[in-house]
Design a protein around this ligand. Structure first.
Ligand SMILES: NC(=O)c1ccc[n+]([C@@H]2O[C@H](COP(=O)([O-])OP(=O)(O)OC[C@H]3O[C@@H](n4cnc5c(N)ncnc54)[C@H](OP(=O)(O)O)[C@@H]3O)[C@@H](O)[C@H]2O)c1
Length: 254
C-alpha cells in the first residue's frame, strides 16, 4: 500500500492495531483516529499519524478529517474498525459509534478522496450481522446488520466515483488482548479449534490480509461485498454441531 493515504478509524487496539503495524512496516501513510493511542503509536510508528477523536462527538471528528487531509493529503482508503465497548447506554452508544459515525465519515470522507478511481472503503462488520450471539447485546447485532446494508448502499452510490465499498465479517478471533483469556481457557480454545472447519481460531492477521486484498488492485472489480472470515464456522449446521458435542461429551445439560 506504498504511497497510499489510508485513514483508519479505531485501529488503536485489537485487529486494527495489527493492520496499522503492518502498514507502517510497508511504508504506507496512515492517519489513525481513536481515543487512546496504542503504546507503539505513542512511541512513534513510522508513517502513522495519530489524531485523538471521540466518535460520540461527530462534529469534531469531521473537523479532524479535514485536518487529516491538510496534513497528509487526500485519502485513498478508508477503513473502519471501531467497536463500542462501554457497559452503559449500549443502544444509543452502539448505534452512534457503529452506524452514525460510519455514515457521517463516509459522507465527509468521499469528498476528500484523491479521485484516482482506485479508492476504497472497508468496514469491519461481524458474523453477528447474520447470526445471533446471545452474549452480545441486541444493539451489536442491529448495528452490524445495518453496516452490511450501508456497505451495499454506498457501493452503488459511490461506484461511479471510483470508490469501492466492501465489508469483512469475522467470527471469534484471537487478538493480543484476548490471548491470555484463551491461555487460561485452553479447553474452550481447543473446542473452538475442533468445531471450526479449518481447525484453528481466526487471527487479527487474517482480517488484515483480507483488508489489504480489498484495498488492492486485485480487488478492482469487487464492490458491495461481504467477506466472512471465520474458517467456515458459520457454515456448520447447528444440529450436526449439537450431535458432535453430544458424541464427544462436550455438552453439559444441567
Ligand atoms: N474480536 C472479535 O472476536 C471480533 C469478532 C467479530 C467482529 N469483530 C469486529 O472487528 C472490529 C475490531 O474488533 P476488536 O475486538 O479488534 O476491537 P477493539 O479491540 O475493541 O477495538 C475497538 C476500537 O474502536 C475504537 N473506539 C471505540 N469507541 C470509540 C470512540 N468512542 N471513539 C473513537 N474510537 C473508539 C477503539 O479506540 P480507542 O479505545 O482508542 O478509542 C479501538 O481502537 C470491530 O468492528 C468488531 O465488531 C471483532
Amino acid at each position: 500500500m506504498q504511497s497510499k493515504h489510508i485513514v483508519i478509524i479505531g485501529g488503536t487496539s485489537g485487529s486494527g492495531r495489527v493492520l496499522v503495524r503492518r502498514l507502517s512496516e510497508n511504508q504506507a501513510r496512515v492517519s489513525l483516529l481513536g481515543r487512546h493511542p496504542s503504546p507503539e503509536v505513542q512511541q512513534h510508528l513510522p508513517g502513522v499519524h495519530f489524531y485523538p477523536v471521540d466518535l460520540q462527538n461527530i462534529s469534531t471528528v469531521l473537523e479532524v478529517i479535514n485536518k487529516v487531509v491538510a496534513d497528509n493529503g487526500k485519502i485513498t482508503h478508508l477503513i473502519f474498525f471501531q467497536r463500542f465497548r462501554e457497559k452503559e447506554n449500549n443502544w444509543e452508544g452502539e448505534l452512534q459509534i457503529s452506524l452514525t459515525a460510519t455514515k457521517e465519515i463516509i459522507e465527509a470522507g468521499t469528498e476528500v478522496f484523491d479521485g484516482s478511481g482506485e479508492n476504497s472503503i472497508v468496514v469491519v462488520s461481524s458474523i453477528a450481522g447474520h447470526l445471533i450471539h446471545s452474549e452480545q447485546p441486541v444493539s451489536y447485532h442491529v448495528a452490524k446488520s445495518g453496516l452490511n446494508q450501508m456497505v451495499r448502499y454506498y457501493a452503488v452510490l459511490l461506484g461511479s466515483r471510483g470508490i469501492r465499498v466492501n465489508c469483512v465479517s469475522p467470527s471469534i478471533m484471537m487478538k493480543d488482548e484476548s490471548r491470555q483469556y484463551y491461555v487460561e481457557k485452553e479447553d474452550l480454545r481447543k473446542l473452538y479449534e475442533k468445531i471450526i472447519p479449518l481447525h484453528r481460531m481466526g487471527k487479527a492477521e487474517d482480517i488484515a490480509d483480507v483488508i489489504e486484498f480489498l484495498c488492492s488492485d486485485k480487488a478492482s472489480y469487487i464492490t458491495g461485498q461481504e467477506i466472512i472470515v471465520d474458517g467456515g464456522l458459520s457454515l456448520v449446521g447447528q444440529s450436526s454441531l449439537a450431535k458432535h458435542l453430544w458424541d464427544t461429551n462436550h455438552l453439559k445439560i444441567t
